[in-house]
Design a protein around this ligand. Structure first.
Ligand SMILES: NC(=O)C1=CN([C@@H]2O[C@H](COP(=O)(O)OP(=O)(O)OC[C@H]3O[C@@H](n4cnc5c(N)ncnc54)[C@H](O)[C@@H]3O)[C@@H](O)[C@H]2O)[C@@H](O)CC1
Ligand SMILES: Nc1ncnc2c1ncn2[C@@H]1O[C@H](COP(=O)(O)OP(=O)(O)O)[C@@H](O)[C@H]1O
Ligand SMILES: [K+]
Length: 499
């Protein structure tokens, strides 16, 4: 699903009005009805509702929402914040219609702000995607009062004061909602960690904007939906055999970090690899053979770290279908040498995680050895080591796109809404996963998943988008079964589902 910017959304509204065709006021009615449908599923008619409206189209939505809720027997009070000399046409139209039912209150000075109680639900329809300057004056007074209130808050489209696709400056105020109900498409701002308090839990409601415009609109930003991920998944052929699904090699683990090897290996097997070999330092041999009997083990001659040679024969590096490396390997000088050898010998896309990324950041010559279309899976700190510190989330996104384009690799920047940056500059935000996954080892699981997909012959871009989606979904399955707080990386492995 595409993520469009504010100007594109404005054009999309216009295009829909001209080509569906539909009157602007009807489009507003449809948006408001979609909001109300969502609202009624969440809050019953005994909920006292207080709607704060600005004078633009977001305010117009608020007035239409008020009318629709009154017609559904909710007890509604409306507060119009007079922040500008002019009101939009659709605001004016809905204002006239609402006044046939109730008299709105008007807020012009701080004393006009009502008291908000815990049982109230506030609907924030002061400013939407049309904001063009920081919130100040009476709007600021109202926003700050809403934020201080004990009431629950639902933002219409986007919290008042939050920019949809550019950074808010430090000190700027915006509504801090419990929920955001956004129209038609996700906005970039909803996906960025620095905006969490201005978003709350967000939901998307369909308002029937024109698909032809969306299909043609250029954008680097996408949001991976369930349906899109499912389309990437390949079915198994009746006459397939283990050779059909590739032979993966994982280079993982060191003394004290053999768990990383076990987790990556188990995840790789649970993601459909045909054969798996795991190379671990010698001390990990028994651990691995016991914990993961399905995998073959290649013990390194070195007791504690990976160095390359093994007493057990196996295919040459270049003969494996896919390679995943990094989880738990540490940063020993012998391991750096081995890493250099591996990256030279295996010049096809590989999965690179954790300490392998830290080593690349410390030994810049390794950066030049990155095979094209490799999948790098840094968490934000690892990404900062590879690049530089950023000013804000938008700056970070630009660094991410720039890195993926310059190095011609796929960068999976992990976190909530993991961002998968492609060599062509696109960024695909993931839609699955939950904070229960913020626990040691879940990243190692992702390395195993991605390596398995590469081994099965998935194109690296599809492997990255699908693997990240499936990994988050596994976390969601695990969280449903045992809750977020007690969730462990092993539960994520067990949560992997591919059909
Ligand atoms: N046809 C459409 O355009 C539709 C628009 N919709 C709603 O319309 C919203 C966008 O409406 P608008 O473009 O009218 O803009 P807003 O309602 O977001 O803002 C209203 C106006 O306030 C002024 N303003 C900007 N920043 C301000 C600030 N910091 N303090 C005070 N005033 C400020 C500007 O003149 C702006 O145009 C969307 O978020 C959505 O809720 C929906 O009704 C769906 C259809
Ligand atoms: N709040 C969150 N919401 C969704 N996913 C998360 C969240 N926190 C962490 N994750 C996921 O968990 C994994 C953590 O990886 P990482 O930081 O490398 O952990 P480790 O190195 O311990 O394995 C990533 O895939 C990340 O996207
Ligand atoms: K709003």
């Amino acid at each position: 699903m595409k993520i469009l910017d504010v100007e594109q959304i404005r054009q999309l509204d216009k295009y829909t009005i001209a080509n569906e065709p539909i009157a602007p006021i009807q489009l507003m009615e449809r948006a408001s009805q979609a909001f109300v449908d969502w609202f009624r599923m969440r809050f019953d008619a005994l909920t006292p509702v207080k709607i704060f409206c600005g004078l633009g189209n977001n305010g117009g939505d608020g007035l239409a929402i008020a009318r629709l809720l009154i017609q559904a027997n909710y007890i509604v009070e409306v507060f119009v914040v007079r922040h500008a000399p002019r009101e939009s046409d659709d605001f004016a139209h809905n204002h006239r219609r609402l006044k046939l039912l109730i008299n709105p209150h008007y807020i012009e000075k701080p004393g006009d702000m009502p008291t908000l109680r815990q049982k109230d639900v506030v609907i924030d329809a002061i400013l939407g995607s049309g904001i063009s300057r920081p919130v100040e004056g009476i709007v600021k007074v109202v926003v700050e009062a809403i934020n201080r209130a004990p009431a629950q808050v639902v933002a219409v489209d986007i919290a008042s004061g939050l920019y949809a696709n550019q950074p808010n400056q430090p000190g700027e105020v915006a509504v801090q909602p419990d929920y955001t109900v956004t129209f038609e498409l996700p906005k970039l701002a909803l996906l960025l960690p620095g905006n969490a308090r201005w978003v709350g839990e967000w939901h998307m409601v369909d308002i029937g904007l024109h698909q032809r415009f969306i299909d043609q609109a250029p954008t680097p930003f996408y949001y991976t939906t369930d349906d899109e991920a499912r389309l990437l998944l390949r079915r198994r052929d009746k006459f397939s055999h283990k050779g059909t699904f590739g032979h993966a090699l994982l280079l993982v683990g060191s003394y004290g970090k053999m768990g990383a090897a076990v987790l990556a290996a188990r995840a790789c097997l649970r993601s459909g690899v045909g054969l798996l070999t795991v190379q671990v330092p010698h001390c990990g041999y028994e651990v691995l053979q016991t914990a993961v009997p399905e995998a073959m083990c290649r013990p390194d001659v070195n007791e504690r770290v990976l160095t390359g040679p093994s007493e057990v024969d196996g295919p040459a590096l270049a003969d494996y279908s896919a390679l995943g490396l990094g989880p738990g390997i540490g940063k020993a000088p012998e391991t750096v040498r081995f890493l250099r050898e591996v990256m030279t010998a295996f010049n096809r896309p590989m999965v690179i995680d954790a300490d392998a990324l830290n080593l690349i950041a410390e030994h810049r010559d390794l950066m030049g050895l990155l095979p094209e279309n490799s999948i790098l899976t840094p968490h934000p700190k690892e990404f900062e080591r590879l690049t530089q510190r950023w000013q804000n989330d938008y700056d970070k996104l630009e660094l991410l796109r720039d890195f993926a384009q310059r190095k011609q690799v796929i960068v999976v920047l992990k976190g909530a809404y993991t961002a998968v940056a492609l060599p062509n500059g696109e960024v695909h935000f993931n839609s699955t996963g939950n904070p229960g996954m913020s626990t040691g080892g879940t990243g190692d699981v992702l390395t195993g998943v991605l390596t398995a997909l590469l081994a099965q012959g998935y194109d690296p871009i599809e492997a990255a988008v699908l693997g990240v989606f499936a990994h988050g979904q596994a976390g969601d399955v695990a969280a449903r079964e045992r809750g977020q707080i007690g969730l462990t990386a092993s539960d994520v492995v067990d949560g992997l589902r591919w059909d």
